[in-house]
Design a protein around this ligand. Structure first.
Ligand SMILES: NC(=O)c1ccc[n+]([C@@H]2O[C@H](COP(=O)([O-])OP(=O)(O)OC[C@H]3O[C@@H](n4cnc5c(N)ncnc54)[C@H](O)[C@@H]3O)[C@@H](O)[C@H]2O)c1
Length: 338
Protein backbone atom coordinates (compact mmCIF):
# COMPACT_ATOMS: atom_id res chain seq x y z
CA UNK A 1 0.00 0.00 0.00
CA UNK A 2 2.78 2.46 -0.81
CA UNK A 3 0.44 4.43 -3.03
CA UNK A 4 -0.89 7.78 -1.82
CA UNK A 5 -3.34 10.27 -3.20
CA UNK A 6 -2.41 13.92 -2.79
CA UNK A 7 -5.16 16.48 -3.34
CA UNK A 8 -3.84 19.94 -4.17
CA UNK A 9 -0.59 18.24 -5.17
CA UNK A 10 0.40 20.84 -7.78
CA UNK A 11 0.10 23.64 -5.19
CA UNK A 12 2.85 25.14 -3.07
CA UNK A 13 3.05 22.73 -0.11
CA UNK A 14 1.53 19.85 -2.08
CA UNK A 15 4.22 19.87 -4.79
CA UNK A 16 7.02 19.82 -2.21
CA UNK A 17 5.30 16.96 -0.44
CA UNK A 18 4.91 14.97 -3.66
CA UNK A 19 8.68 15.28 -4.21
CA UNK A 20 9.43 14.03 -0.69
CA UNK A 21 6.89 11.22 -1.02
CA UNK A 22 8.38 9.99 -4.28
CA UNK A 23 11.87 10.20 -2.85
CA UNK A 24 10.67 8.12 0.11
CA UNK A 25 9.44 5.41 -2.29
CA UNK A 26 5.74 6.27 -2.47
CA UNK A 27 3.77 6.10 -5.70
CA UNK A 28 1.79 9.33 -5.94
CA UNK A 29 -1.52 10.20 -7.56
CA UNK A 30 -2.18 13.95 -7.65
CA UNK A 31 -5.69 15.37 -7.82
CA UNK A 32 -5.85 19.09 -8.52
CA UNK A 33 -8.24 21.29 -10.50
CA UNK A 34 -5.46 23.85 -11.13
CA UNK A 35 -7.54 26.70 -9.68
CA UNK A 36 -4.41 28.00 -7.94
CA UNK A 37 -1.53 26.17 -9.60
CA UNK A 38 -0.10 25.26 -12.98
CA UNK A 39 0.09 21.94 -14.76
CA UNK A 40 3.78 22.57 -15.52
CA UNK A 41 4.49 21.69 -11.88
CA UNK A 42 4.11 18.01 -12.82
CA UNK A 43 7.02 18.32 -15.24
CA UNK A 44 9.08 20.15 -12.59
CA UNK A 45 8.43 17.39 -10.07
CA UNK A 46 9.59 14.85 -12.64
CA UNK A 47 12.76 16.87 -13.26
CA UNK A 48 13.58 16.72 -9.53
CA UNK A 49 12.69 13.09 -8.79
CA UNK A 50 12.94 11.39 -12.18
CA UNK A 51 9.40 10.08 -11.67
CA UNK A 52 6.23 11.50 -13.19
CA UNK A 53 3.36 11.38 -10.69
CA UNK A 54 -0.06 10.35 -11.96
CA UNK A 55 -2.20 13.44 -12.39
CA UNK A 56 -5.98 13.80 -12.43
CA UNK A 57 -7.36 17.25 -13.19
CA UNK A 58 -10.43 16.93 -11.04
CA UNK A 59 -12.34 19.15 -8.66
CA UNK A 60 -12.36 17.53 -5.23
CA UNK A 61 -15.87 18.82 -4.58
CA UNK A 62 -17.16 16.73 -7.51
CA UNK A 63 -18.24 13.45 -5.93
CA UNK A 64 -18.71 11.55 -9.21
CA UNK A 65 -15.34 12.64 -10.60
CA UNK A 66 -13.57 11.80 -7.34
CA UNK A 67 -15.22 8.40 -7.33
CA UNK A 68 -13.73 7.76 -10.78
CA UNK A 69 -10.29 8.66 -9.39
CA UNK A 70 -10.58 6.04 -6.65
CA UNK A 71 -11.82 3.45 -9.17
CA UNK A 72 -8.98 4.21 -11.58
CA UNK A 73 -6.31 4.13 -8.86
CA UNK A 74 -7.05 1.22 -6.52
CA UNK A 75 -5.00 0.29 -3.47
CA UNK A 76 -4.43 3.79 -2.16
CA UNK A 77 -2.96 3.59 1.34
CA UNK A 78 -3.49 7.19 2.44
CA UNK A 79 -4.78 10.55 1.29
CA UNK A 80 -3.04 13.84 2.04
CA UNK A 81 -5.66 16.54 1.62
CA UNK A 82 -4.15 19.92 0.73
CA UNK A 83 -6.80 21.13 -1.73
CA UNK A 84 -8.47 24.23 -0.36
CA UNK A 85 -8.83 27.95 -0.89
CA UNK A 86 -6.40 29.68 1.47
CA UNK A 87 -6.50 33.48 1.24
CA UNK A 88 -7.76 34.91 4.53
CA UNK A 89 -8.79 38.30 3.10
CA UNK A 90 -10.52 36.79 0.09
CA UNK A 91 -12.46 34.46 2.37
CA UNK A 92 -14.04 37.50 4.03
CA UNK A 93 -15.22 38.70 0.59
CA UNK A 94 -16.28 35.28 -0.70
CA UNK A 95 -17.31 33.20 2.31
CA UNK A 96 -19.69 30.91 0.44
CA UNK A 97 -17.01 29.88 -2.06
CA UNK A 98 -14.65 29.14 0.83
CA UNK A 99 -17.16 27.11 2.81
CA UNK A 100 -18.21 25.23 -0.30
CA UNK A 101 -14.71 24.40 -1.53
CA UNK A 102 -13.03 23.64 1.76
CA UNK A 103 -15.87 21.80 3.47
CA UNK A 104 -17.34 19.95 0.54
CA UNK A 105 -13.96 18.62 -0.67
CA UNK A 106 -13.38 17.10 2.77
CA UNK A 107 -16.93 15.77 2.94
CA UNK A 108 -16.51 14.05 -0.45
CA UNK A 109 -13.28 12.43 0.73
CA UNK A 110 -14.73 11.22 4.01
CA UNK A 111 -17.65 9.74 2.11
CA UNK A 112 -15.45 7.92 -0.40
CA UNK A 113 -12.58 6.75 1.81
CA UNK A 114 -14.51 3.96 3.57
CA UNK A 115 -16.13 2.88 0.28
CA UNK A 116 -12.73 2.43 -1.37
CA UNK A 117 -11.12 1.06 1.79
CA UNK A 118 -8.67 3.89 2.22
CA UNK A 119 -8.05 4.03 5.95
CA UNK A 120 -5.75 7.02 6.42
CA UNK A 121 -6.17 10.77 6.02
CA UNK A 122 -3.70 13.59 6.65
CA UNK A 123 -5.39 16.99 6.78
CA UNK A 124 -3.76 20.41 6.24
CA UNK A 125 -4.78 22.52 9.17
CA UNK A 126 -3.29 25.78 10.33
CA UNK A 127 -2.13 27.69 13.38
CA UNK A 128 -4.94 30.07 12.48
CA UNK A 129 -7.18 27.79 14.57
CA UNK A 130 -5.49 29.19 17.72
CA UNK A 131 -6.24 32.86 16.95
CA UNK A 132 -4.26 35.11 19.32
CA UNK A 133 -3.49 32.67 22.12
CA UNK A 134 -3.35 33.71 25.77
CA UNK A 135 -0.06 31.90 26.34
CA UNK A 136 2.94 31.31 24.09
CA UNK A 137 4.19 29.05 22.69
CA UNK A 138 1.04 27.15 21.70
CA UNK A 139 0.77 23.42 22.29
CA UNK A 140 -1.77 21.15 20.64
CA UNK A 141 -3.82 21.50 23.85
CA UNK A 142 -4.01 25.29 23.61
CA UNK A 143 -7.73 26.08 23.26
CA UNK A 144 -8.87 27.15 19.82
CA UNK A 145 -10.26 30.69 19.70
CA UNK A 146 -13.33 31.67 17.66
CA UNK A 147 -12.15 31.97 14.06
CA UNK A 148 -11.40 35.46 12.79
CA UNK A 149 -12.17 34.71 9.14
CA UNK A 150 -14.26 32.32 7.09
CA UNK A 151 -10.97 30.66 6.02
CA UNK A 152 -9.96 30.07 9.64
CA UNK A 153 -13.45 28.82 10.35
CA UNK A 154 -13.22 26.26 7.53
CA UNK A 155 -10.06 24.86 9.14
CA UNK A 156 -11.76 24.58 12.53
CA UNK A 157 -14.89 23.02 11.03
CA UNK A 158 -12.84 20.57 8.94
CA UNK A 159 -10.93 19.49 12.06
CA UNK A 160 -14.29 18.95 13.79
CA UNK A 161 -15.80 17.08 10.85
CA UNK A 162 -12.89 14.63 10.80
CA UNK A 163 -13.01 14.18 14.57
CA UNK A 164 -16.78 13.65 14.62
CA UNK A 165 -16.75 11.24 11.67
CA UNK A 166 -13.97 9.15 13.19
CA UNK A 167 -15.66 9.21 16.58
CA UNK A 168 -18.84 7.98 14.89
CA UNK A 169 -16.91 4.98 13.65
CA UNK A 170 -15.88 5.57 10.06
CA UNK A 171 -12.82 3.36 9.54
CA UNK A 172 -10.34 6.17 8.99
CA UNK A 173 -7.25 7.19 10.95
CA UNK A 174 -6.83 10.97 10.94
CA UNK A 175 -3.79 13.14 11.43
CA UNK A 176 -4.37 16.90 11.60
CA UNK A 177 -1.23 18.91 10.88
CA UNK A 178 -1.36 22.51 12.07
CA UNK A 179 1.14 24.41 9.96
CA UNK A 180 2.65 27.61 11.21
CA UNK A 181 4.05 29.84 8.41
CA UNK A 182 5.48 27.83 5.53
CA UNK A 183 8.13 29.67 3.52
CA UNK A 184 10.98 28.99 1.08
CA UNK A 185 11.34 26.73 -1.90
CA UNK A 186 12.86 23.46 -2.96
CA UNK A 187 16.68 23.83 -3.16
CA UNK A 188 16.52 22.94 -6.88
CA UNK A 189 14.45 26.12 -7.40
CA UNK A 190 12.21 24.11 -9.75
CA UNK A 191 9.13 24.44 -7.55
CA UNK A 192 8.03 27.13 -5.09
CA UNK A 193 5.23 29.45 -4.11
CA UNK A 194 3.38 31.05 -7.02
CA UNK A 195 1.15 33.78 -5.63
CA UNK A 196 -1.44 35.16 -8.02
CA UNK A 197 -1.68 38.97 -7.85
CA UNK A 198 -0.38 40.86 -4.82
CA UNK A 199 1.06 38.37 -2.34
CA UNK A 200 -0.81 38.11 0.95
CA UNK A 201 2.13 36.45 2.70
CA UNK A 202 5.29 38.18 3.81
CA UNK A 203 8.03 36.22 2.06
CA UNK A 204 6.67 36.38 -1.52
CA UNK A 205 6.19 40.11 -0.91
CA UNK A 206 9.81 40.32 0.25
CA UNK A 207 11.20 38.46 -2.77
CA UNK A 208 9.04 40.40 -5.25
CA UNK A 209 10.24 43.65 -3.68
CA UNK A 210 13.86 42.48 -3.85
CA UNK A 211 13.30 41.67 -7.52
CA UNK A 212 11.96 45.18 -8.17
CA UNK A 213 8.44 43.95 -9.03
CA UNK A 214 7.09 45.94 -6.06
CA UNK A 215 8.60 49.33 -5.17
CA UNK A 216 8.74 48.64 -1.47
CA UNK A 217 7.75 46.17 1.17
CA UNK A 218 4.84 47.25 3.33
CA UNK A 219 5.19 46.30 6.98
CA UNK A 220 1.81 46.35 8.68
CA UNK A 221 2.40 48.03 12.04
CA UNK A 222 5.45 48.61 14.24
CA UNK A 223 3.53 49.37 17.42
CA UNK A 224 2.70 45.83 18.51
CA UNK A 225 3.67 44.66 21.96
CA UNK A 226 6.74 42.80 20.67
CA UNK A 227 10.47 43.58 21.11
CA UNK A 228 10.76 45.53 17.82
CA UNK A 229 7.06 46.38 17.44
CA UNK A 230 6.42 44.19 14.37
CA UNK A 231 4.38 40.97 14.33
CA UNK A 232 5.97 37.65 15.25
CA UNK A 233 5.40 34.34 13.46
CA UNK A 234 6.95 30.89 13.34
CA UNK A 235 8.38 30.47 9.83
CA UNK A 236 8.80 26.85 8.78
CA UNK A 237 10.80 25.74 5.74
CA UNK A 238 8.44 24.16 3.21
CA UNK A 239 10.69 21.14 2.61
CA UNK A 240 10.91 20.47 6.35
CA UNK A 241 7.12 20.80 6.42
CA UNK A 242 6.71 18.44 3.47
CA UNK A 243 8.85 15.82 5.20
CA UNK A 244 6.52 15.83 8.21
CA UNK A 245 3.73 14.59 5.94
CA UNK A 246 5.78 11.57 4.95
CA UNK A 247 6.51 10.81 8.60
CA UNK A 248 2.78 11.11 9.30
CA UNK A 249 1.84 8.74 6.46
CA UNK A 250 4.53 6.24 7.52
CA UNK A 251 3.17 6.37 11.06
CA UNK A 252 -0.37 5.66 9.87
CA UNK A 253 0.61 2.84 7.53
CA UNK A 254 2.71 1.23 10.28
CA UNK A 255 -0.32 1.59 12.60
CA UNK A 256 1.70 3.52 15.15
CA UNK A 257 -0.95 6.16 15.88
CA UNK A 258 -2.04 6.28 19.50
CA UNK A 259 -5.39 7.99 18.97
CA UNK A 260 -7.94 7.79 16.13
CA UNK A 261 -7.30 11.46 15.36
CA UNK A 262 -3.90 12.90 16.21
CA UNK A 263 -2.96 16.58 16.08
CA UNK A 264 0.53 17.98 15.58
CA UNK A 265 1.92 21.50 15.46
CA UNK A 266 4.43 21.92 12.65
CA UNK A 267 6.73 24.85 13.20
CA UNK A 268 10.27 25.59 14.32
CA UNK A 269 9.41 26.55 17.89
CA UNK A 270 10.96 30.01 17.32
CA UNK A 271 9.15 33.30 16.91
CA UNK A 272 10.65 35.67 14.34
CA UNK A 273 9.51 39.25 13.77
CA UNK A 274 8.79 40.84 10.40
CA UNK A 275 11.76 43.18 10.85
CA UNK A 276 14.00 40.20 11.64
CA UNK A 277 12.87 38.61 8.36
CA UNK A 278 13.88 41.78 6.51
CA UNK A 279 17.31 41.89 8.16
CA UNK A 280 17.92 38.14 7.72
CA UNK A 281 16.89 38.28 4.06
CA UNK A 282 19.30 41.17 3.44
CA UNK A 283 22.12 39.34 5.22
CA UNK A 284 21.46 36.02 3.44
CA UNK A 285 21.12 37.42 -0.08
CA UNK A 286 23.07 40.69 -0.02
CA UNK A 287 20.02 42.44 -1.50
CA UNK A 288 18.76 45.61 0.18
CA UNK A 289 15.02 45.74 0.85
CA UNK A 290 13.24 49.08 0.70
CA UNK A 291 10.34 49.06 3.14
CA UNK A 292 7.76 51.35 4.69
CA UNK A 293 5.79 50.98 7.89
CA UNK A 294 2.05 51.26 7.27
CA UNK A 295 -1.09 50.85 9.39
CA UNK A 296 -1.78 47.55 11.09
CA UNK A 297 -3.69 45.14 8.86
CA UNK A 298 -7.13 44.04 10.06
CA UNK A 299 -7.20 40.45 11.23
CA UNK A 300 -3.45 40.12 11.89
CA UNK A 301 -2.66 38.66 15.26
CA UNK A 302 0.26 40.07 17.23
CA UNK A 303 2.42 37.03 17.79
CA UNK A 304 2.37 33.27 17.69
CA UNK A 305 4.86 30.47 17.64
CA UNK A 306 4.65 26.74 18.18
CA UNK A 307 5.60 24.42 20.94
CA UNK A 308 6.81 21.56 18.74
CA UNK A 309 7.66 19.13 21.56
CA UNK A 310 4.89 16.73 20.62
CA UNK A 311 5.90 16.53 16.93
CA UNK A 312 9.57 16.23 17.94
CA UNK A 313 9.04 13.42 20.42
CA UNK A 314 6.06 11.56 19.01
CA UNK A 315 6.65 11.91 15.26
CA UNK A 316 10.42 12.07 15.63
CA UNK A 317 10.28 15.05 13.27
CA UNK A 318 11.84 18.46 13.59
CA UNK A 319 12.63 21.43 11.38
CA UNK A 320 16.29 21.57 10.33
CA UNK A 321 16.74 24.33 7.77
CA UNK A 322 18.01 27.70 8.96
CA UNK A 323 16.07 30.89 8.31
CA UNK A 324 19.00 32.19 6.21
CA UNK A 325 18.99 29.14 3.93
CA UNK A 326 15.21 29.18 3.70
CA UNK A 327 15.09 32.85 2.68
CA UNK A 328 17.91 32.24 0.20
CA UNK A 329 15.88 29.41 -1.35
CA UNK A 330 12.88 31.73 -1.70
CA UNK A 331 15.10 34.30 -3.42
CA UNK A 332 16.62 31.69 -5.74
CA UNK A 333 13.10 30.63 -6.74
CA UNK A 334 11.99 34.24 -7.30
CA UNK A 335 14.93 34.76 -9.64
CA UNK A 336 13.81 31.83 -11.82
CA UNK A 337 10.45 33.57 -12.34
CA UNK A 338 11.88 36.60 -14.14
N1 LIG B 1 0.58 28.30 2.69
C1 LIG B 1 0.23 28.55 3.94
O1 LIG B 1 0.67 29.56 4.51
C2 LIG B 1 -0.65 27.61 4.72
C3 LIG B 1 -0.68 27.68 6.13
C4 LIG B 1 -1.50 26.81 6.83
C5 LIG B 1 -2.30 25.90 6.15
N2 LIG B 1 -2.26 25.85 4.78
C6 LIG B 1 -3.11 24.89 4.08
O2 LIG B 1 -2.29 24.01 3.36
C7 LIG B 1 -2.97 23.59 2.16
C8 LIG B 1 -2.08 23.85 0.96
O3 LIG B 1 -1.75 25.23 0.93
P1 LIG B 1 -0.82 25.84 -0.20
O4 LIG B 1 -0.12 27.01 0.38
O5 LIG B 1 -0.02 24.76 -0.85
O6 LIG B 1 -1.94 26.36 -1.20
P2 LIG B 1 -1.98 26.32 -2.81
O7 LIG B 1 -3.12 27.20 -3.22
O8 LIG B 1 -0.64 26.59 -3.38
O9 LIG B 1 -2.35 24.80 -3.08
C9 LIG B 1 -3.68 24.31 -3.00
C10 LIG B 1 -3.94 23.51 -4.26
O10 LIG B 1 -5.25 22.97 -4.18
C11 LIG B 1 -5.87 23.14 -5.44
N3 LIG B 1 -7.31 23.16 -5.18
C12 LIG B 1 -8.02 24.07 -4.46
N4 LIG B 1 -9.32 23.71 -4.44
C13 LIG B 1 -9.43 22.56 -5.15
C14 LIG B 1 -10.50 21.69 -5.48
N5 LIG B 1 -11.77 21.93 -5.09
N6 LIG B 1 -10.24 20.59 -6.21
C15 LIG B 1 -8.99 20.30 -6.62
N7 LIG B 1 -7.93 21.09 -6.35
C16 LIG B 1 -8.15 22.21 -5.61
C17 LIG B 1 -5.28 24.41 -6.04
O11 LIG B 1 -5.33 24.44 -7.45
C18 LIG B 1 -3.84 24.33 -5.53
O12 LIG B 1 -3.01 23.65 -6.46
C19 LIG B 1 -4.30 24.34 2.14
O13 LIG B 1 -5.28 23.51 2.69
C20 LIG B 1 -4.03 25.51 3.06
O14 LIG B 1 -5.20 25.99 3.64
C21 LIG B 1 -1.44 26.68 4.06
Amino acid sequence: MKKILVTGGTGYIGSHTVVEAQQAGYEVVIVDNLCNSQVGVIERIQQITGIRPAFEQVDCTDMAAMEEVFKKHPQIGAVIHFAAFKAVGESVQKPLQYYHNNLRSLWVLLTLLPKYEVGNLVFSSSCTVYGQPDHLPVTEQTPRKPAESPYGNTKQICEDIITDAVRAGIPVQGILLRYFNPIGSHPSAKIGELPIGTPQNLVPFVTQTAAGIRPQLRIFGNDYNTPDGSCIRDYINVVDLAKAHIVAVDRMLKKQCKKPVEVFNLGTGKGVSVLEIVRTFERATGVKLPYEIVERRAGDIEQIWADTTFANTELGWQAHETLEDTLSSAWKWQQTLQ
